[in-house]
Design a protein around this ligand. Structure first.
Ligand SMILES: [Zn+2]
Length: 299
């Protein structure tokens, strides 16, 4: 088994693919020249991946174009004051990054507002942008595993599922010194076998409860409107930090909900604060209130 993982992993090549839920999965038909990982095992410590290809976060886009002229800016409570409160909570999650320009732009905005989020990173993008991964980690956000190549875990072999998870864990460990505790399988696709593999890696499955389909709209206002009309207390909101429009929608939502008194937390903290444990191998969407009871929205 181990030999097979290594063999599969050595075939993993860096390539450009259309990520996200709108496109098919082409990884195994495409093995261009380039990136080869040959020493990754289940133990992340053995992965010695060089840090390179560091891209600067310069971006020259006019993100303000998404705002109307009369967009209101608000004053916020200091982070310490926010954290002293017991809710209501929301968790923003960003999949498919890190992106060389959108992610730093988003990080700037979150930093200014003292808002933490959860980033489910794709392994080979993380490998290409270690400086951004480091920044996400250093600025207090939570990093989860979103596979190495965005494969659909229910359509590839179980060996390949192992490799997708192991490689990404290794890359993230190599950059941050921490092994992820959360897994978000691409497309949310999972079955019993996938859950067992997640359990083997001590990973809780983290899905979402609000999906504005930002990849489909690529329209900040449409995404923002969806979020504010579908959220409830403790929602876990799915966005993708590979679209400018999604980052802008996230910032608009942050401003909107901070004004309403909501507290943004990472997914693990959302569960911790409410007294829930995120179990490895189990699927979690969000905790929510059903009448006076707080219950878990699971599969
Ligand atoms: Zn994804």
């Amino acid at each position: 088994m181990k030999r097979k993982w290594l063999l599969s992993l050595s075939m993993m090549s860096l390539f450009v693919f259309s990520s996200c839920e709108s496109n098919g999965y082409h990884f195994y038909e495409n093995f261009p020249q380039g990136y080869v990982v040959s020493s990754v095992d289940v133990d992340p410590a053995v992965a010695e991946l060089p840090t390179q290809n560091i891209e600067t976060s310069n971006n020259h886009h006019d993100y303000n174009k998404y705002y109307e002229e009369d967009h209101i800016t608000y004053d916020y409570k200091p982070k310490e004051e926010q954290e002293a409160l017991l809710g209501p909570f929301l968790a923003l999650t960003f999949d498919d990054g890190p992106h060389h320009s959108v992610t730093p732009f988003l990080l700037d905005a979150l930093y200014e507002r003292g808002v933490p989020a959860t980033f489910f990173l794709i392994g080979h993008y993380a490998y290409r942008h270690p400086n951004i991964v480091e920044r996400i980690h250093n600025e207090g956000h939570l990093i989860g595993n979103h596979s190495f190549s965005h494969g659909n875990f229910t359509r590839i072999s179980l060996d390949d599922v192992y490799v997708e998870i192991a490689a990404t864990n290794a890359i993230l460990y190599n950059i941050t010194g921490q092994t992820p505790t959360l897994l978000r399988p691409p497309y949310g696709a999972h079955n019993e076998d996938v859950l067992q593999i997640a359990k083997y890696f001590d990973l809780a499955i983290s899905l979402w409860s609000v999906d504005p389909r930002d990849w489909y709209h690529e329209d900040a206002y449409a995404v923002f409107e969806h979020i504010i009309s579908h959220y409830r207390e403790n929602s876990v909101i799915l966005l993708h930090d590979i679209y400018e429009s999604s980052a802008v929608a996230a910032i608009m939502a942050v401003d909107y909900f901070l004004e309403k008194g909501y507290i943004f937390v990472t997914v693990d903290e959302l569960y911790n604060r409410l007294g829930f444990v995120m179990n490895a191998g189990a699927v979690h969407r969000s905790p929510y209130r059903d009448g006076s009871n707080l219950v878990l929205l699971e599969d």
